[in-house]
Design a protein around this ligand. Structure first.
Ligand code: PLP
Length: 397
């Protein structure tokens, strides 16, 4: 099949909800991907911050293959060891008390919303509570997750969505205060906004919200789906702020390639929230993804991946600062660890497309940000390679 035929095969049958790059990927190794013509790409997208361990990680692959032969699925009516092992490890690294595994990030958000609503319902004896979310946030595409996503363009065609959601400005404590009522049960935000353009929370903001929540028994829900699992240099980005959420969500790099998400909570929330009959999932946390999550956490801890992210992350940060100095079209740099954005005055879609020609996979965030979320195993030499490729792209455009 020619590349055009391969693309046509997909376009003939898949629902057209993505304007895809004309790139047909075939296999990957480390931080490199190869297309069906054998062309090599340095990958700074990691399947949207998923492939933290890189591609074709032998130990991880072997663990999944062994689980496929052992037991794929059981339903949640019975116990299995891989999922319980994954849960225990996840609680240990997060300091949370209870976890529910889902199949995706959006489902983790749905669960977090349900847990918060049920907590307030149990406490107050009535429903009808409100949630405060942030402008420019992104929490997923299902109706509940969309209801707390601060992007009118994504929301509008599907209204009316879940009622009782109010919007505040991220990193503006006063704007959050202004939305609080007697009915507020939760405040939700990404510790580092991803899709919205890579905006880390200000320490004063996140600490201020935590204090407000404590004063009013409002639950703080932190979405760590993109910024968690080591990407910030901490296992979860909130761990660098000296605050702890009541509920948090994870997905993306949690499974490093298998579809899995999770919402986690403290015992205080668990006691008063979801009980038997309140929530469930057929696939969520099956033995296959359990084995994957357990292995990911084992590898990250054993190889001290957080120390590596801090080190190469500061190198990447320095390289991106140099881009701001060197190119007029690059006007700002934001980010921590291995989650960065460059604000670009050239059309970012064109920069991405040109980067592909040069063998660099780069994605965008918001309307004017180039996003850098490589596999966490990236090295300084590979960061240099990215910087050279990006420079040549910017010089040619
Ligand atoms: C990707 C993402 C989601 C949604 O995850 P899906 O697995 O695509 O449903 C939610 N929140 C954040 C911060 C994300 O980056």
């Amino acid at each position: 099949m020619s590349k055009q035929e391969e693309i046509q095969l997909a376009e003939d049958s898949l629902l057209h909800v993505y304007n895809r790059f004309s790139l047909v990927l075939d296999h990957g190794d480390g931080v490199y991907l190869y297309d069906t013509d054998g062309k090599k790409y340095l990958d700074f997208a990691a399947g949207i911050a998923v492939m933290a361990l890189g591609y074709n990680h032998k130990e991880y692959n072997d663990a999944i293959k062994a689980q496929v032969d052992q037991l794929l699925h059981t339903s949640n009516l019975y116990y299995n060891v891989p999922t319980a092992t994954a849960a225990k490890k996840l609680l240990k690294v997060s300091g949370m008390d209870r976890v529910f595994f889902t199949n995706s990030g959006a489902e983790a958000i749905e669960g977090a919303i349900k847990a918060a609503k049920k907590y307030a319902y149990t406490r107050d004896g009535f429903a009808g509570h409100e949630i405060i979310a942030m402008n420019h946030s992104f929490h997923g595409r299902t109706i509940g997750a969309l209801s707390v996503t601060g992007n009118a363009h994504y929301r509008e065609p599907f209204e009316p969505l879940m009622p009782g959601v109010k919007y505040a400005d991220f990193n503006d404590l006063e704007s959050v205060k202004a939305q609080i009522t007697d009915k507020t049960c939760a405040i939700i935000f990404e510790t580092i906004q991803g899709e919205g353009g890579i905006y880390p929370a200000d320490p004063a903001f996140i600490q201020g919200v935590r204090k407000l929540c404590d004063e009013k028994d409002i639950l703080l829900i932190l979405d760590e789906i993109q910024c968690g699992m080591g990407r910030s240099g901490e296992m979860f980005a909130w761990q660098g702020y000296g605050v702890k959420p009541d509920i948090m969500t994870s997905a993306k790099a949690l499974g490093c390639g298998v579809p899995v998400g999770a919402f986690l909570m403290t015992e205080k929330v668990a006691e008063k929230s979801l009980a038997p009959g309140d929530h469930g999932t057929t696939y969520g946390g099956n033995p296959l993804v359990g084995a994957a999550v357990a292995k990911v956490l084992e590898i990250m801890e054993r190889d001290d991946l957080m120390a590596h992210v801090k080190q190469v992350g500061s190198y990447l940060s320095q390289k991106l600062d140099e881009m701001v100095e060197k190119y007029d079209c690059i006007t700002a740099h934001r980010g921590v660890g291995l989650m960065h954005g460059l604000v670009c005055t050239k059309k970012v879609g064109e920069v991405s497309a040109k980067a592909l020609e040069k063998g660099l996979i780069l994605i965008t965030a918001g309307s004017d940000v180039l996003r850098f979320v490589p596999p966490l195993v990236i090295t300084e030499a590979e960061i240099d390679e990215m910087a050279e490729k990006l420079s040549s792209v910017l010089e040619e455009l």
